[in-house]
Design a protein around this ligand. Structure first.
Ligand code: GCU
Length: 128
C-alpha cells in the first residue's frame, strides 16, 4: 500500500498558497501554485531501501491546456515536461504515476511548472 504525503505539508515555492476553494481534495487542502515557470511543490519522502518506487501525483487541471511539469528526484530531473492534461474541472482529481529512483532514507521529489501557466492544482504524492 502507498504512503500519502499531502501537498499542503510539502515545501512550496514563493507565492504558492494552500487552498480549499474546490471540492474533492485529500487532506486539509491543496496547493495552488503561482502561475509562473518554475513554481514548485517539493515533498520529502522516506524510502525503506534504495530502489525504484512509484510516485503518483494527485492533481486537478480545470483548464483545457496541459500544465506540464518537470519531476526531479534529489535535484536530478527524472522526467522533463511531463504532461498533466485537463481533468475537465478544478473539482476533478487525477493521479499521474512516475517511476522514481530513491535512496534509502530521506529523498526529495519536486514537481516544477514548465510553462508560465504554473502547476496544476496539487493535492498529494502517493509513494508505493
Ligand atoms: C483558477 C482556479 C485555481 C487555479 C487557477 C489556475 O483560479 O480557481 O484553483 O489554481 O485557476 O489557473 O492555476
Amino acid at each position: 500500500s502507498a504512503t500519502r504525503y499531502e501537498a499542503e505539508n510539502a515545501t512550496l515555492s514563493t507565492g504558492d498558497t494552500v487552498a480549499t476553494n474546490h471540492t474533492g481534495f485529500s487532506g486539509s487542502g491543496f496547493v495552488d501554485t503561482t502561475n509562473a515557470v518554475g513554481a514548485y511543490v517539493e515533498w520529502t519522502v522516506t524510502a525503506p531501501a534504495a530502489g525504484t518506487y512509484t510516485a503518483t501525483v494527485g492533481y486537478a487541471n480545470g483548464t483545457t491546456t496541459d500544465r506540464p511539469m518537470d519531476v526531479a528526484v534529489n535535484g536530478t530531473t527524472a522526467d522533463a515536461a511531463a504532461s498533466f492534461p485537463t481533468t475537465a474541472s478544478w473539482n476533478t482529481w487525477a493521479g499521474k504515476a512516475f517511476s522514481v529512483p530513491l535512496n534509502a532514507g530521506a529523498n526529495t521529489i519536486r514537481v516544477a511548472a514548465s510553462t508560465a501557466n504554473g502547476c496544476p492544482n496539487l493535492d498529494y504524492l502517493d509513494l508505493g
